[in-house]
Design a protein around this ligand. Structure first.
Ligand code: GDD
Ligand code: MG
Length: 322
């Protein structure tokens, strides 16, 4: 039995207007919500029960994921009436795990906007072998300014946690997947806004707790910006395109560069789509061209419309309003 918490309550501000009606973790990557990819990765690593820590647009998750039986994983929900921050969300969600006092059961925690192919099972094993308080997946990026900087010593012990520095001291960053000993949850105050990155981790390091890095540079992406969301979907589609079974694509339409098309769409003749995410129930009129763009569910694109590098929420798009 391995327990998990998925942090999916953020506002997704950098992805507005795509996140106006859809929470960031429910945006599709290669035709499936980000959360669904994460649940499957968690399950592969042995996670059996996971709590979705929701807040913004919390009502969108439950109808889709239910009790998780479709995926063979138990799903529970912890809703924050007002967002409690990443640390407060962990505290709130942990209560739903009903852990017995004094438990040693590792708790795996994920940022809800990350695609990662790292070896989570190995991260958990190393955590147990080190008898660690926290084991963080760390990766490397070219520009660490938008992330948590996490220097480690020669034994892999974390020596500092520096969230979003203007002049990063290392390009080793927090990749947003943590294994916690349950006692760490006890250090977080309940029903209070707490940041795990700015409050909990620095306090644990200062207190000399055993915080380890699990460094792995496999495929990793935070999908929190429109460009990253598109790149993630293109990577995962891998081939030219992926189309949901209930969509109709005219034989003369051309789909390429990792385009994905969701359920219930109609793509008319002569349409060219490259490197784009087309959500569900979208209609694209004949002769239109869509390149490196995101078209939200329910959008109707008029015939002969050119959409290049754009991100649309649900609306009517025609050559007139571009
Ligand atoms: N339930 C809940 N409540 N979830 C929240 C809240 C909250 O108040 N605030 C944020 N989250 C969730 C978001 O939905 C997201 O899945 C995750 O927590 C991380 O929030 P982001 O807003 O995406 O943070 P970030 O990308 O700027 O930085 C974080 O991720 C980086 C890696 O991608 C930090 O953890 C960095 O240290 C890290 O490097
Ligand atoms: Mg993020």
């Amino acid at each position: 039995m391995t327990l998990g918490i998925l942090l999916v309550g953020g506002m997704g501000t950098r992805l507005m207007p795509l996140t106006r009606d859809t929470p960031k973790p429910m945006l599709p990557i290669a035709g499936l919500p980000v959360t669904e990819h994460q649940l499957m990765a968690a399950k592969r690593a042995g996670v059996t029960t996971i709590v979705l820590a929701t807040s913004y647009l919390s009502e969108i998750f439950t109808p889709y994921f239910g009790d998780g039986s479709r995926w063979g994983i138990n799903i529970a929900y912890a809703v924050e009436e007002t967002p409690l921050g990443t640390g407060g969300a962990i505290k709130n969600a942990a209560a739903a795990l009903n852990l017995p006092a004094g438990s040693d059961e590792p708790i795996v925690i994920f940022n809800g906007d990350v695609l990662s192919s790292h070896n989570l099972a190995k991260q958990i094993q190393e955590h147990i072998a080190h008898k660690a308080d926290v084991t963080l997946h760390l990766t490397h990026v070219a520009d660490a300014r938008a992330y948590g900087c996490v220097p480690v010593d020669e034994n892999g012990r974390v020596t500092a946690f520096l969230e979003k520095m203007e002049n990063p001291i290392t390009n080793t960053i927090n990749a947003g997947s943590y294994v916690f000993h349950p006692s760490v949850i006890d250090t977080i105050t309940a029903n209070t806004v707490v940041s795990v990155e700015r409050d909990v981790f620095p306090a644990l390091v200062a207190a000399g707790k055993k915080i380890y890095g699990y460094v792995e540079d496999s495929y990793w992406l935070d999908i929190g910006t429109p460009a990253a969301l598109l790149a993630g979907s293109q990577h995962l589609v891998g081939a030219d395109f992926k189309v949901a079974a209930t969509s109709q694509i005219a034989p003369t339409a051309q789909l390429s560069e990792g385009t994905s098309v969701g359920q219930g769409c109609t793509i008319e003749g002569g349409v060219v789509i490259r490197g784009s995410i087309i959500c569900a129930d979208v209609h694209i009129g004949a002769g239109s061209e869509v390149v490196n763009s995101f078209i939200a569910s329910g959008t109707r694109v008029a015939a002969n419309t050119k959409i290049i590098g754009n991100y649309y929420s649900n609306e009517l798009i025609s050559p007139l309003n571009l």
